[in-house]
Design a protein around this ligand. Structure first.
Ligand code: CP
Length: 309
């Protein structure tokens, strides 16, 4: 029997495996009909103990487009978690019904606990302020499609770099590529956690912290905006004080490169003005589409299914 693979952190995948997922995602677009029934009789459970639009629905759309079926819940309140059931009991039960599970949970490490109690692959669809590896795969596919490469570029990460799990996962992923420089744009209170800085230092990465978008803008190839994570704050006052720290508008883009790629994992609140949406450099809805393609590739990979040549 082959080993069960889970995706808890982006580093669970080798660079070669990520390259393979990107190649499959592109093949899915080029040869869509070859994938239409490839997951017939397979079932995906989406267990979302926290709200989501893109991650949950793109996973479900991905499985449906592969010819499989989906079941699950979209809030803890509509599952037996509301009656006090543990994560491990929920996962052990659902593992009896489906072939693969994508789960989101507010507690860091919950997907690891879940993975210990089932023999079906577990995908971490976001655990607290920790990691969001399928968003990172989405981001890597977006960057590859827009830039044609994943190395030799300057990436600005802006906003809530403390609680923003997408930022933590993306930095970890990009540390494995050559010639990446990180510009971390945040108020001091929302700076990247020390353990991420230690990882950047250990990898010998070039990085700096700045507090304004204006000073970073001219050198950036990628600008990755993020929302201030209201749900992770302990007090409302701090959230209100920090929530509009950065608002990207057309004025601020005046000093940006013409081929800048503007990304955002979404949902956005105020951090990108809607006037930016029509700028050709805005890629965040294209990014959401990439999320479906890469999740299709990931489901196939974890289920060990390949299309026939
Ligand atoms: N990017 C992302 O995780 O969006 P959702 O919270 O809507 O899934």
């Amino acid at each position: 029997m082959s080993e069960i693979r889970n995706l808890i952190n982006i580093t669970d995948l080798t660079v070669e495996e990520i390259d393979g997922l990107i190649a499959t995602a592109d093949d899915i677009v080029a040869n869509h009909s070859a994938y239409e029934n490839i997951c017939a009789h397979k079932k995906l459970a989406t267990l979302f103990f926290e709200p989501s639009t893109r991650t949950r629905l793109s996973f479900e759309a991905a499985m449906l487009e592969l010819g499989g079926s989906v079941l699950g819940f979209s809030s803890a309140n509509s599952s037996s978690a509301a009656k006090g059931e543990s994560v491990s009991d929920t996962i052990q039960t659902v593992g009896c019904y489906v072939d693969i599970i994508a789960m989101r949970h507010p507690k860091e490490g919950a997907p690891i606990v879940g993975a210990q109690r089932t023999t079906v692959p577990i995908i971490n669809a976001g655990d607290g302020g920790h990691f969001h590896p399928t968003q990172t795969l989405t981001d890597l596919l977006t960057i590859k499609r827009k830039k044609g490469r994943l190395n030799n570029m300057t990436i600005g990460l802006c906003g809530d770099l403390k609680f923003g799990r997408t930022v933590h996962s993306l930095i970890e992923a990009m540390l494995r590529y050559e010639g990446i420089k990180f510009v971390l744009i945040s108020p001091q209170e929302l700076a990247v956690p020390e353990y991420i800085k230690e990882k950047m230092n250990a990898a010998g990465a070039e990085w700096k912290e700045v507090e304004t978008l204006e000073e970073a803008m001219p050198e950036l190839d990628i600008l990755y905006m993020t929302r201030v994570q209201k749900e992770r704050f302990f007090n409302e006052e701090d959230y209100i004080r920090l929530k509009d720290s950065y608002i990207l508008d057309l004025d601020k883009l005046q000093t940006a490169k013409e081929d800048l790629t503007i990304m955002h994992p979404l949902p956005r609140v105020n951090e990108i003005s809607v006037e930016v949406d029509d700028d050709p450099r805005a890629c965040y809805f294209f990014q959401a589409l990439c999320g479906k393609h890469i999740r299709m590739a990931l489901i196939l990979f974890l289920l060990g299914i390949k299309r026939e040549a």
